[in-house]
Design a protein around this ligand. Sequence first.
Ligand SMILES: NC(=O)c1ccc[n+]([C@@H]2O[C@H](COP(=O)([O-])OP(=O)(O)OC[C@H]3O[C@@H](n4cnc5c(N)ncnc54)[C@H](OP(=O)(O)O)[C@@H]3O)[C@@H](O)[C@H]2O)c1
Length: 228
Amino acid sequence: MEISGARILVVGATGVLGGLAACALAERGAQLALAGRNQVRLAALARDLGGPPARCFEACDLDQCSALGPWAERALSGLEGVLVTVGAAGFGTVENVSNAMAGHLLTVNALCPMAVLRGAAPVVADKGFLLAITGGVHDGVAGAADTETADDLAGTADYTASKAALSGWLSVLTEELAPRSVTVLDIRSPRLDTGFTERSLTGRPPALPPGADARQAVHSLLDGITSI
Ligand SMILES: NC(=O)c1ccc[n+]([C@@H]2O[C@H](COP(=O)([O-])OP(=O)(O)OC[C@H]3O[C@@H](n4cnc5c(N)ncnc54)[C@H](OP(=O)(O)O)[C@@H]3O)[C@@H](O)[C@H]2O)c1
């Protein structure tokens, strides 16, 4: 897909990867709509990018999430793509993670992206794309190597479960949207240097090697979109 001129919604634009993606897309000539939780940072990003439409949302309000795609489609008079970069980290052995926290991780990491894409699917153009970031399901935390053992995964059950849920859902969506040639991208990102795991809502992340360069990863991701 040609990014220049494409109308693209970035959900989670106030995060590190979302912000990098929004800036890189703007540099490549996309017409953006931005959605983020933090009103002040969202307004600052929109200012930096020349004032695209921007809307605040809360991931736990799933109806708000589903409304983002139709809003962007109206604001941009069309929609060729959606990137969802929302996510939250949380760690701890299963007995140390509360049910409330487990529910929150599932909501932010799985139900929110699913709700965004559920709302966007009917309005995204044929031959468009829908993208979410899962990190490798078997990668433990945000992309450790595939060779990690069960021991290495200790303390990541709820995070891993939330990303696995999203990944499974995306694989079915891929089939459902194939007749319209809408590409569903499940980005199983390796660990990146965004500080994501340090913002854990509960517990501490396992010891992990340094993350890869996030800026470079975002450019590779956009190159992937170009080759759809
Ligand atoms: N960095 C990595 O190593 C890595 C690897 C694999 C996958 N991922 C995935 O990539 C995504 C982005 O990660 P990142 O590194 O860019 O982290 P980040 O900077 O912490 O971004 C997370 C985003 O999610 C938003 N968010 C969290 N809770 C929310 C809520 N309740 N309502 C609305 N928005 C909420 C944050 O909003 P605020 O800006 O308001 O905080 C932020 O925009 C996540 O899904 C993560 O799991 C990251």
